[in-house]
Design a protein. Structure first.
Length: 259
């Protein structure tokens, strides 16, 4: 299979390798990501990246405590490949004996006999989408593949053809399409599009139990800032996390989010 073809297969959860979080209590080889400190185990993969050294690095400061703690593998961090020593949550995933060239994802609504379901011949919820016989099944925006996650929002558009505005956004899939932002503002983003950032609000796609706020005074290295790993102004504050952010008041922000 060519390198280009090997990039063509997708899954909703892109981090196959790594240590499952539930296995950390069992005997195992220690990995650097265990230095990360979370209030509760996150629902997306993370790893320890010594290259996280500036405010431009997506996914860094994943735990809001350590700059080197970095999210990977899932929106909005799809462009960050999870290394073998990443810590991953337990998730259902497709398991193919040989990676297919048709895009696929995990669909919890799949039933036996539904088009595209049982794609890997093992799991009924593993579903083909967006191409060939499965073109009628829309792929989620996570089917796009970027080396670096873009700021411009994007989605999966089955009607895309090469040369159409915004199509072939990731340089791999013609159906991957940019939308809303210049110069793609004529293309309206559907609800399925990956949201753009920064947008004046913290971006926790799976939520966080730690209170947080939008603080325009934030800068790189300031305690609690870059809380979501995406926006410098997103800052943890108040109680929680073992008292780490008790000295950062949430009261001075009208839009502070409390758990």
């Amino acid at each position: 299979m060519s390198g280009r073809s090997s990039l063509y297969f997708l899954q909703l959860v892109t981090c196959w390798a790594g240590i499952v979080h539930d296995d950390l209590d069992k005997p195992h080889k220690w990995v650097p990501a265990e230095q990360c400190t979370f209030v509760n185990p996150p629902v997306m993969p993370y790893y320890w990246d010594e290259s996280c050294v500036n405010g431009e690095s997506l996914g860094c400061w994943a735990d809001g405590v350590h700059g080197q703690c970095r999210f990977c593998g899932e929106a909005p961090y799809l462009g960050l490949h999870c290394p073998d020593d990443a810590i991953v949550p337990y998730r259902y995933t497709c398991h193919f004996d040989n990676p297919p060239v048709t895009p696929y994802y995990w669909d919890p609504d799949c039933k036996k006999g539904d088009l595209g379901c049982l794609a890997d011949n093992k799991n009924v919820h593993c579903r083909f989408c967006g191409d060939g016989d499965y073109a009628s099944i829309p792929c989620p925006s996570s089917s796009c593949t970027f080396d670096n996650e873009p700021i411009t929002p994007y989605y999966w558009e089955s009607k895309c053809t090469m040369g159409m505005l915004g199509c072939n956004a990731d340089g791999i899939h013609v159906q991957c399409r940019f939308c809303d932002y210049q110069p793609f503002n004529p293309i309206h983003c559907p609800e399925s599009a990956r949201p753009a950032y920064p947008d004046g609000a913290c971006w926790f796609p799976n939520g966080t139990p730690q209170s947080h706020k939008w603080d325009k005074s934030c800068k790189w290295g300031k305690k609690g800032c870059w809380a979501d790993g995406v926006n410098a102004q997103c800052r943890f504050c108040g109680p929680g996390s073992g008292g780490i952010y008790n000295d950062i008041s949430c009261d001075d922000a009208e839009d502070a989010i409390m758990p």
